[in-house]
Design a protein around this ligand. Structure first.
Ligand code: NAP
Length: 303
């Protein structure tokens, strides 16, 4: 029986692990894929307080090592269900089951696809959701980035450093991304903004993606852009279906919880991008981890 089981080893989950073990609790972190969550794909973080610049991978690795060195146990197993009858919670994975007094759901969110018919078959053949991972395959080539948030703008900036040309396609003419990111990109000679526009089709041949069709939503006009790569950065969606009977999900699938990180279910807490919230940032994910862990500690200590 662990004191706390944390589902997810992203920024929120690992921050929760640090606070849990430092409060003297036994902590098991269960992660379906690799540690770090979404931030591992960010080339350069410059808005985490106290750290001027760090790559997402280095940040995540530091967090992982910190949690482990402090005593958190981390296992790479996918959680497929949780039973929460009575005081103990039973957490089922594909490989076994574990028990804990409290559980923190920190499952993050995953990349949202465009939903175009041949999109999935072109993944790895021109379509990517990670510029840091796949960008180097497109050195001196022409690529497009779709999205208007920080991820898209940062991806376009990163790709513009070594691609011949980068189209930034966004469905509006105003950006969600920080103004600084937009200004930084506007001065790049090899970046073309394609605004008020959506991608309507992916055109391919035997070797993969060769062009995209783009429609201007205001004029209705369509154009074909010849590209070797398309980086989709249109946000994330949560993956909480396995917990739908345990906690309340909002219509978009996020776990309903306020800033206390408490769910409606006794002893079940949530942290980071998987919960209902208005600001999803690295700093708020780490903050949630601390809040959720300390709430779990109080719950356990209250008996
Ligand atoms: P985001 O902020 O949610 O932005 C998603 C973008 O994709 C929006 O511009 C949205 O357009 C567009 N979009 C959504 N669905 C679309 C669709 N079906 N077709 C076309 N466009 C679509 O997502 P994100 O950029 O991945 O960022 C997620 C969170 O992480 C944000 O809070 C962001 O600030 C944060 N983040 C921070 C950093 C950093 O601090 N270094 C780096 C990356 C991300 P609309 O604007 O029209 O809705």
């Amino acid at each position: 029986m662990y004191d706390i089981i944390i589902v997810g080893a992203g920024t929120a989950g690992l921050s929760a692990a640090i606070y849990g073990v430092r409060a003297g609790k036994s902590v098991l972190v269960l992660e379906a894929a690799s540690y770090g969550g979404q931030i591992v794909n960010t080339p350069d973080i410059e808005n985490y307080p106290g750290i001027a610049h760090i790559s997402g991978f280095d940040f995540a690795t530091g967090l992982y090592n910190q949690a482990k060195d402090l005593g958190a146990e981390i296992r790479f197993e996918k959680v497929i269900g949780i039973e929460a009858e009575g005081a103990g919670k039973r957490v089922e994975t594909g490989s076994g089951s574990y028990e804990a007094r409290a559980v923190i759901l920190a499952t993050g969110a995953k990349n949202r696809p465009l939903g175009l018919p041949n999109e999935q078959e072109l993944v790895g053949r021109g379509v990517s959701y990670c510029a840091t991972c796949d960008g180097m395959f497109f050195r001196n080539r022409t690529v497009a980035v779709n999205g208007g948030g920080n991820t898209a703008l940062e991806d376009a900036q990163f790709l513009a450093n070594y691609c011949e040309k980068v189209y930034l396609i966004h469905r509006r003419d105003a950006f969600r991304a920080d103004v600084k990111e937009v200004e930084r990109l506007r001065v790049k000679d090899n970046v073309e903004f394609v605004l008020d526009s959506v991608i309507t089709a992916l055109e391919s041949d035997a070797s993969g993606l060769r062009a995209i069709r783009v429609k201007n939503q205001k004029s209705g006009g369509e154009r074909e852009l010849r590209v070797d790569g398309l980086f989709v950065a249109i946000g994330q969606s949560p993956d909480n279906a396995a917990f739908a009977r345990l906690v309340k999900l909002d219509p978009k699938g996020y776990i309903e919880a306020g800033e206390s990180c408490r769910t409606e279910a006794a002893g079940i807490f949530t942290a980071g991008d998987c919960r209902t919230k208005s600001v999803r940032q690295l700093a708020t994910a780490a903050a949630d981890g601390a809040v959720a862990a300390l709430a779990a500690v109080n719950y356990i200590d209250a008996g």
